[in-house]
Structure formats: structure tokens, C-alpha cells
Design a protein around this ligand. Sequence first.
Ligand code: FAD
Length: 414
Amino acid sequence: MSRYSAFAIAKEAFREHTGWRRTWGNPEPKRRYDAIIIGAGGHGLATAYYLGKNHGIRNVAILEKGWLGGGNTGRNTTIIRSNYLQDPSAAIYEKSRSLYEDLSQDLNYNIMFSPRGVIMLAQTEHEVRGYKRTAHANALQGVATEFIGPERVKELCPIMEIRGPRYPVLGGLWQPRGGTARHDAVAWGYARKCSEMGMDVIQKCEVTGVRSKDGKVAGVSTTRGEIDCDKLGIVVAGHSGVVAEMAGFRLPIESVALQALVSEPIKPCMDVVVMANTVHGYMSQSDKGEMVIGGGADGFNNYTQRGSFHHIEETVRALVETFPIISRLKMLRQWGGIVDMTGDRSPILSKTPLENCFINCGWGTGGFKAIPGSGWGFAELMATGASPLTAEFGLDRFREGRFVDESVAAGVAH
Ligand SMILES: Cc1cc2nc3c(=O)[nH]c(=O)nc-3n(C[C@H](O)[C@H](O)[C@H](O)COP(=O)(O)OP(=O)(O)OC[C@H]3O[C@@H](n4cnc5c(N)ncnc54)[C@H](O)[C@@H]3O)c2cc1C
């Protein structure tokens, strides 16, 4: 596979761009693989990549029922941060954030990581106390965050009205190296590298059944035939409950739609990400100039991967007091993804009752930021049977009451 570089662009310009190759292959499924990953979202592709890169397991297929990154990975609002409260969460999210720092170089694919900084606004006394506590916890965890006052918030984001009549801005939790990245490029960059390592990224291949023998995984049934494997990773986000049922176990998980929207593009006016958890909304500006806006998940379980009018109204209404300029903007488009929510709002990266079958899910409304770290830890778990990054996120914690409670961090957990 040719290397992307300034030199390659110049060379292609001279020969009218006739030399670019396919970014990833389009193979037919083989009869057997050492490992199969179900789901070509960011987490599935990152898992495959680190299985190959860190553990030398390259006879791998990634099976996707739709198209690459067509699930939540290509539908999120791309916020990256690691300012979580509990130690196991901070460890995996900070590992992830730090991998994002040079992921473009590692993948030789521009994922447009933009560490522009993330502010989580404190708009009640309760939130001030909560975020000060998180800032202290982050200091102990080695995650660089700081509690800042309202004047500094205004300095960082001048379009904000901080004296709101209902919810004045009292401060904020500031993570200067948080930010955004281009979501589909993350999926494409990992897919390209997997393909380069000889792995099969197979789109339009839906898994319809999981086969087992003597309590051990044997393979999967798909819309493109039977495929055997030694190890299976289920990484299907909002459809985790459905695929787990195929493998014969149940998950403590709910699927709900989470929506987002963008405005018409305007001139650059906001170069940080702002999250307002009290009113339940958040906003950033894309490179194209659109204001990227999101809010809470639908209040009922569903599998509808689309937007709804009530969401635009609720979210814009929530944010307009703090960002009066959005009252003048036309909203351009909206969409939804199906997110997988656990009770403690932390993910599941775990062995399962079926031997050699592993599950990675429960990232809910905030798993984009976790893609590199999750892939790193889950690959280690699949390859070696254990990983320090995933140790606290096993399924057992729900039976044993060892929750990793991030429900506060996850109020609007993007
Ligand atoms: C509107 C919205 C905003 C968000 N904002 C943020 C944010 O700002 N920051 C953040 O960190 N996170 C955010 N998230 C959450 C984040 O997008 C997800 O946690 C993350 O993308 C999950 O990635 P994944 O790879 O696990 O799942 P997905 O990207 O959904 O991939 C799972 C794949 O599995 C495939 N699949 C399912 N069933 C089968 C089957 N039977 N056979 C084969 N393939 C199958 C699906 O087609 C899908 O492509 C947001 C999510 C949404 C919906």
C-alpha cells in the first residue's frame, strides 16, 4: 500500500491523480480465521489493528453488516476528553486520548485530531462542587484538567452569555488537550491499516448466528456463509443485546437513540468544545463552520437510527440562553445513532460465558473518544486473556456490585 505524504500528493498531481490505490480491500470471506471481529465501527477496527500490531494476530476478519463506520462511529459529535471521575475510567480514556495525539502519524492517515480544549460548564453550585472534585481526582490520576472561573470561561469562549437569568456560568472543568477528530477518518484510517496487514475487512456481511462446540466458540453464520474462528470479538454497540443473544447470554444493557444536529456554516466564532450538562446540551464548531450540537438520549428504548423534531427544539432551547447567537441560525440537518447504555454508564470489555467469545460494548453516548484505548485494551484481552485497561470493566461487576459509576461524568457524556 502506498504511503500518504506531501511528496505523494505532489507526485499524483503531476500524473493527474491516476496512481492512487484502493484504500482497503474488498475480499470474499475465507472459511476460517484465527479471530473474527463483528462490527466495523471504530472499536472493532481498532481492536483488529492492535491485535495485528501489538500481538501479531493477523489472520483476522472484521465483519460489518452495513458499511465501514456507518454505525455510531460516523454519527457522533467527535468530542474527545478523558476527565472522568473513577480511576479505571480515567486510565482507559486517557490512554485513548494520548493515542489520539499521534494517531495520524501511526495510521499514516489524517484523522484531523484537534486538541482545541473542552469546557464542561458548571451552572449550579452542585456542579461547581462536582467538577472541583473531578479536577482533584484527575490531578491524582495524572489527567491534566483544571477548574476555572467564569471570567476565564468567557475568555475562552467569547460568544457565551455567562450571566444567564436561569443558569449563570459559575465556572467550568477545563481540559486543554481535549478536543475533536474527524470521526469517519478514524474508521477509515484503522481499516486501511488492517487491510495493509492482510486482514479482511468485509462489508455487507451480517452475522446472523454464533456457533459453538463444547462451550467454546466455533464460528459465525453470516449472510455470506459460514465462517469458523478460534476467537470472536462482539463489538456492535447498539446491537450488542441482539448479538449476545445469538451467543447465548444476556447483557445488562439498553439501546436508545441519541441524536445530534448541525447548523448552517458560519464564520469561525468558537474554537473550544463546550458542554452544558445542567441544561443538557453541548456545542462545537466544525472545520466547515457548522455549529455541531447535541443533547440527551431519547427517553425511551428504541432502534430508530434517525432524528426527530422534538429533539431539535429541546436541545436548541436548552442552549440558547448560554449561546444567544444560535437563535438566528438555521439548522441544516440532524441524525441519530443507537447507543448501548449500561446502568453505571461505563463500558463492558469482557470475557463472556461462551469460551473464547469476548464482548466490547456499553460505551453509550461517549465511546468515540475511547476508540484507540478500547481497541488497545480489548485486543490485549482477546490475545492474552487479561488487560490492565479492561480489568475493572468485566461483566462480573454487575453480579458483584462493583460498579464503575460514571453517571455524573455521563450526564451529557460525549
Ligand atoms: C449522535 C451521537 C453523538 C455522539 N457524540 C459523541 C461524542 O461527541 N464523543 C464521544 O466520545 N462519543 C460520542 N458518541 C458515542 C460514540 O459514537 C459511540 O460510543 C462509538 O462510536 C461506538 O463505536 P462502536 O465501534 O462501538 O460502534 P459502531 O460505530 O456503532 O459500530 C458497530 C458496528 O456494528 C455493526 N453491526 C451491528 N450488528 C451487526 C451484525 N449482526 N453483523 C455485522 N455487523 C453488525 C453496525 O452496523 C456498526 O457499524 C455519540 C453517539 C451518537 C449517536
